[in-house]
Design a binder for this molecule. Sequence first.
Ligand SMILES: Cc1cc2c(cc1C)N(C[C@H](O)[C@H](O)[C@H](O)COP(=O)(O)O)c1[nH]c(=O)[nH]c(=O)c1N2
Length: 228
Amino acid sequence: MRPDDLNGGLVAAEAFSDDERAAVYRAIETRRDVRDQFLPDPIPDNVLRRLLDAAHAAPSVGFMQPWNFILIRDVAVRQSAWDAFSRANIEAEAMFPEEKRSTYKTLKLEGIRKAPLSICVTSDPDRAGPVVLGRTHNSRMDSYSTVCAIQNLWLAARAEGIGVGWVSIFHDADIRALLGIPERVEIVAWLCLGYVDALYGEPELAIKGWRQRLALEDLVFQDGWGRK
Ligand SMILES: Cc1cc2c(cc1C)N(C[C@H](O)[C@H](O)[C@H](O)COP(=O)(O)O)c1[nH]c(=O)[nH]c(=O)c1N2
């Protein structure tokens, strides 16, 4: 819409109905990071398109839309990604204090081979030229934009009965080489996607005793850092 159009492009923005609002909060509250509950059923193209449309509707700094979505169904490619995860996960375990290592070892932290689809989400810092509106004073804003796209996809997937798991335990260089991603492009996420018929009611890491949800009251300050 051009700026001289009637209403300047504005459309009505009434609050959602009770049911619509409940659905939005339900998606937010029941979204989970999925590692093991994936069913093998493929995600139909039209459903995948809805998820990608949701991601592509995300806010982005200067409207730069820095994301790309590399769809990976190939079993051999997913196996190589799992190998990269597996090597890194051994290193990861050793980084924790000794008393946490045995618990760490019991955690399932990826679903790369079980989920029928992986999506590697990348962020291209050069998408909108060297000077980007809103990124002028903080160069990380393009990555943050891409994370917004991932969250949109994650929530839309919940509404579709599709689980999503974010995997970040790998050396970038391994995934970069595997998928031919240029050096200048940032790898933001490896996502595992598949239909699910069960989800944990709380974060799996909380249920398995790794870490509990913090009290919101402790995280909200009034008019300055630390002021309750
Ligand atoms: C940036 C980023 C990176 C990762 C994750 C998340 C995010 C936001 N999470 C999932 C994470 O553990 C999970 O979100 C929390 O434990 C909270 O659980 P729910 O997402 O509410 O189920 C995650 N989980 C996992 O098993 N392996 C991983 O490598 C990662 N990496």
